[in-house]
Design a protein around this ligand. Structure first.
Ligand SMILES: [Zn+2]
Length: 524
């Protein structure tokens, strides 16, 4: 790489910049701090450069520039301690192309700092066509971070359209083939898949199948994947009925590739959302089937009929609030007795789902019994808390404050929307510039205007947030308001319970624990 030869090394005071974030820590990719450092120091040595400082941000994402060591480096540039910055590649500098561009195209040149990105061959110190690659590289880095790069996305989409498997781990029952983007049957667990379909087809419920598999000691898909060397964050110890349902409804088992069932919300979030079925990418006959089509269809029908006969649970006062003290799972409510004399009982749902596994005990307790205890407790609290003189004053004050805050929060929402719009526009004009649609002059003019707008919006948002913070009312005032609501009609209803109660737990001796949302109530 002779274009990176430094002609006059004595002129430079060199900073090595190293960044490592969680997202970079992938097996096989050597982004480790020591690896980056050895690349940088080797290069500096080869070029006879004097290293003045090493700046390491370990554990910081490239999407933000708010990193302590990076800031320190900028400070040292301002203090003229440094006039050369070297990174392993552009993404070490950052993964936000607007910001990366601001540094490589503007800030560094303006401060007479030469910037070198070794692996990309970028060197701002020489007039080389190589540097034209910089914006594209940083765009790529940003795309990488966003994971919504049109390019990458379309490659991904193309692959999915062709029925090529693009995941890292094959669906249960299959394994990755030696041929790229192909899967093949995993003979180890193929019998399990066959068994699941057979049992569902025979009329068993997903739950019953799940329990039987667990009792038979069959490793769950996550346990199995772990035994195959995959990194699994959450390992389930027993088969869940939802897992059985997922398997039985997955066309992958009849030889069709089904992809695009989940989508990341955005590149800053790891959260996934389910995609509606009609938008899934399904390609037929891409690999060997485990299940014949007839069995598959029959199994779907069995699932459907089960769905229709499932009883709807009715609404009740404490719905969603009652938990098992032992295992932490929600307690369900089920009837006992004949139509007229029916009595409802709470039962631990771990117990009812997996009774045969003995993971918990029933904790069976009459619903009306729990309701009465909770109601009388709430009444006590309301009555003892109720202090008329104090409450009316606070209630009035609170009302006017909440009205004020309402206007502010609306304004905040609108301003946030505007900000997002501006950010998008900036992204767009930058892409236009890269594609050559927009000249450099036009780009700078529009960009600067948008940036000003963006900054003033950010200022406004911070101001609004501060105002709202100072208006915020403390816990006791909120509590007073809730209890005031009760005192108006003297009725304990579900809304009041949800306002006050965080959760109710019932232990195996039928002891009832009520946890409130307000610290002051939990001491009672
Ligand atoms: Zn339990």
């Amino acid at each position: 790489m002779d274009y990176l030869k430094i002609i006059n090394p004595m002129d430079y005071k060199v900073a090595l910049y190293i960044r490592l974030s969680k997202e970079d820590e992938k097996p096989g990719e050597s982004e480790s701090v020591s690896n980056q450092r050895s690349i940088l120091t080797r290069y500096a040595k080869e070029q006879n450069l004097a290293i003045v400082g090493e700046y390491i941000d370990d554990g910081f994402s490239g999407t933000t520039f708010d990193r302590p060591e990076f800031k320190k480096m900028i400070q040292d540039i301002e203090n003229k301690k440094i006039n050369m910055v070297i990174t392993k590649d552009l993404s070490r500098l950052g993964r936000d192309y607007i910001k990366v561009g601001e540094y490589t195209e503007k800030y560094f040149p303006e401060h007479r700092v030469r910037y070198i990105s070794i692996l990309d061959g970028v060197d701002t110190g020489i007039d080389s066509s190589n540097n034209d690659i910089t914006p594209f590289k940083s765009v790529f880095n940003d795309f990488y971070a966003k994971d919504i790069s049109k390019k990458i996305k379309s490659v991904k989409n193309n692959k999915q359209d062709l029925g090529l498997f693009i995941g890292g781990k094959a669906p249960y029952g299959y394994k990755l083939s030696n041929i790229p983007n192909k899967i093949e049957i995993d003979e180890n667990v193929k019998p399990i898949v066959e068994r699941i379909f057979k049992e569902i087809k025979s009329g068993k419920s997903c739950r019953a199948v799940a329990i039987d598999l667990t009792l038979d000691g069959i490793p769950t898909p996550s346990q199995y994947a772990k035994s195959q060397g995959y990194k699994i964050s959450k390992i389930s110890k027993h088969w869940a009925d939802s897992r059985i349902r997922d398997i039985v409804t997955n066309e992958v088992y009849i030889g069709n590739m089904v992809q695009g069932r989940m989508k990341k919300i955005n590149y800053k979030s790891k959260k996934c959302v389910r995609i509606p079925k009609e938008n899934w990418k399904v390609v037929e006959h891409t690999h060997k089937a485990i299940i014949d089509k007839e069995t598959f269809i029959k199994a779907q029908q069995m699932l459907e009929t089960r769905k229709q006969t499932r009883v709807k649970t009715h609404d009740y006062l404490l719905k969603g609030l009652v938990y098992c003290h032992e295992c932490g799972k929600k307690m369900g409510c089920s009837p006992k007795g004949l139509a007229e004399g029916v009595v409802y009982y709470f039962r631990c749902s771990t117990y009812t789902s997996y009774a045969r596994l003995k993971l918990c005990t029933s904790h069976s307790i009459r619903m009306d019994f729990v309701e009465n205890i909770v109601i009388s407790k709430i009444k006590d609290i309301c009555n003892s808390y109720f202090d008329k003189t104090n409450i009316e004053y606070i209630a009035k004050q609170k009302l006017s404050e909440s009205k004020k805050n309402n206007t502010y929060s609306k304004e905040l929402k609108n301003t946030n929307l505007l900000l997002n719009k501006i950010k998008l526009e900036i992204d767009n004009i930058y892409e236009d510039k890269l594609r050559g649609v927009l000249s450099q002059d036009d780009f700078e003019r529009i960009y600067n205007r948008k940036k000003e707008e963006k900054e003033s919006l950010i200022k406004k948002i911070n101001k609004l947030k501060n105002i709202m913070k100072s208006n915020n009312i403390d816990e006791s005032q909120i509590l007073n308001k809730i209890i005031k609501k009760y005192s108006n009609n003297n009725i304990i209803n579900r809304a009041l319970l949800i306002d006050l109660i965080d959760r109710i737990e019932i232990d195996c001796n039928k002891k009832i624990y009520i946890y409130f949302k307000f610290k002051s109530l939990n001491n009672n």
